[in-house]
Design a protein around this ligand. Structure first.
Ligand code: SIN
Length: 551
């Protein structure tokens, strides 16, 4: 790995690479490692340091049919059931079929997962899984271990160029509409003067999600929907944006707490913890056959319902019976994070409430990670490959990044474009960085867990208002706020049009799932600067939640 800082270059500098990978989590680094021997010059760009993205924060683990008696077919059923009839069946089959091999490669690259006393992978269970199939590392630090292993593998590969503190501002397209390069701002260089151009033959977007759209999220500060907004402006389609997953058990730190909140992994419930209300009643009893391990949307809804009924701002997770010793061994990081907030989970109930966790939608891709823009690929949370549908199954996200980055690396070298001249781009208006607070407020109160037509329409008005005040200064905060605004508007519009409740999309005014009207996807494109949302019906094969006999 060659870490290069792009700083101290003349304004208007240019660089080149055959392939630029945007983002440095599991999806981005897997793509770079798999491409490095196939193309001459691969560069990874990341707007912070390599480990700053969401992968590092993943606690629970990575799901794959690795255990005795488990099969891809069973993993497929659980994925489809969680996805609530909105998954792409072929994509799910790719994910579960190639998952185990992809995890084994990760182990070859140096990731160390926890083992049982017999030396086999120690597998646990999370919501929606009917089998123990979640591999984990250092108890509850799976993402950090994967990130470490991948970064070390990249360090051993000097041919991979790494540009840290480099924020992608826009994608440049050639006269034929395909990829020609990226404009990149060197973070810390103040204003637009730090922007240069990296010309390229292909771009792999692996830049993560949109968590910062909401006031409370488990996502790090860098999750500002940049990749989705950049792709949309370049002509790509965004799909399933309305399916934002709210994790049921995020530690509740008070109503004024903003930004990244501490996650209490579903694996804690996998090990026996359960949810209770303020009177000590079990919350999930009688709600779902899997009880506290029901799919995530069902648990989040049960918590929210009880919060609304009782007027309490949170519910409780009871994990006291696991005991101090078990906590220290199995969940050392969650324990430390609880203690930092004055909670000893072996003696106290943990206050929890749902918070934004994962974007199931994103840049629409085919089974090989290709977007609609020639030369633009997407993988990981920024992408919508079709595997998550309306509600991602726990621990399928790390796997998706891994599997689809490997697939991109299979086809991309054979599809490399010529290095083309960028065509002149349309100018655009930025909103000021300080619009972010209002944006998050609007999205959280009106486009959050519980939605209705009035709130969504108000949110769209408020967001459009925000967009009508141009930024006085061009800086990273303005670029990020503009990206978040672009994606928020698209998300709110799709959520308004989806007049049903399905998976993580919960409409108070349309409480039932409506397969006759809404079995399909809302696709968002930009036409002459306007967000256009259209509906694409799903093929009949995708509409089932289960294709397995007896499932
Ligand atoms: C968790 O550990 O509960 C989160 C895992 C995931 O989001 O898949």
């Amino acid at each position: 790995m060659n870490i290069e800082l792009l700083s101290a270059r003349d304004p208007g500098w240019t660089e080149w690479a055959d392939v630029i990978v945007v983002g440095s989590g599991i999806a981005g680094l897997t793509a770079a490692l798999r491409l490095k021997d196939q193309v001459e010059r691969v560069a990874v760009v990341t707007k912070d340091v390599l480990q700053a993205g969401s992968t590092q924060w993943a606690q629970g683990g990575i799901a794959a049919a690795l255990g005795e008696g488990d099969t891809p077919a069973q993993h497929e059923v659980d994925t489809l059931v969680a996805g609530a009839g909105a998954c792409d069946l072929e994509a799910v089959r790719v994910l579960v079929g190639e998952g185990a091999e992809a995890v084994r490669e990760l182990i070859e690259w140096g990731a160390e997962f926890d083992k049982d006393p017999a030396g086999n992978l120690s597998l646990t269970r999370e919501g929606g899984h009917r089998r123990d199939r979640i591999a984990h590392a250092d108890g509850d630090a799976t993402g950090a271990e994967i990130q470490r292993a991948l970064m070390e593998a990249v360090r051993r590969a000097p041919e991979i160029l790494v540009f840290e503190h480099a924020m992608v501002v826009d994608l440049l397209t050639a006269a034929d509409g395909g990829v020609a390069g990226l404009t990149i701002h060197v973070m810390g260089e103040g204003d637009a003067d730090g922007v240069g151009i990296v010309r390229t033959r292909a771009v792999v977007l692996a830049s993560g999600g949109l968590g910062q759209v909401f006031s409370q999220t488990t996502n790090p500060a860098v999750a500002t929907a940049d990749g989705m907004a950049i792709a949309l402006r370049a002509g790509a389609t965004l799909r399933d944006l309305e399916f934002v997953q709210f994790h049921p058990t995020v530690m509740y730190l008070g109503e004024d707490s903003r930004g990244q909140q501490p996650l209490i992994s579903e694996a804690v419930r996998g090990e026996g913890a359960f949810l209770v209300d303020w009177d000590g009643n079990r919350l999930m009893e009688g709600v779902h056959e899997l009880g506290d391990l029901a799919p995530r949307d069902i648990v989040s809804k049960a918590i929210m319902k009880r919060m609304l009924e009782t007027g309490h701002p949170n519910m409780w997770l009871d994990a006291r019976h696991l005991g101090r010793e078990f906590w220290e061994k199995r969940f050392p990081n969650i324990l430390a994070s609880c203690e930092q907030h004055g909670v000893d989970p072996s003696a106290d109930l943990i206050p929890v409430a749902p918070a934004c966790h994962y974007a199931s939608g994103g840049v629409r891709t085919d089974l090989w990670g290709r977007s609609d823009v020639p030369g633009l690929y997407a993988t990981g949370e920024v992408a919508c490959s079709g595997v998550h549908g309306a509600n991602r199954l726990a621990s399928n996200s790390l796997l998706e990044g891994l599997v689809f980055s490997r697939r991109i690396a299979e086809v991309l070298p054979g599809e490399l474009r010529q290095l083309e001249d960028p065509a002149p781009g349309a100018g655009r208006v930025l909103v000021p960085g300080n619009a972010l607070k209002q944006l998050q407020e609007t999205m959280t109160t009106k486009v959050g867990v519980l939605r209705n037509a009035t709130g969504l329409a108000e949110a769209i008005d408020e967001l459009e208002q925000l967009g009508s005040t141009p930024a006085a200064e061009i800086d990273p905060a303005a670029w990020e706020a503009t990206n978040l605004l672009t994606v928020s508007l698209a998300l709110a519009k799709a959520a308004l049009l989806r007049e049903e409740t399905r998976g993580s999309h919960w409409r108070e005014d349309f409480a039932e799932r409506d397969d006759a009207g809404f079995a399909g996807h809302f696709d968002v494109r930009l036409r002459d600067g306007e967000t256009v949302v259209s509906f694409t019906p799903a093929p009949a094969t995708d509409r089932t939640t289960s294709t397995m006999a007896g499932a």
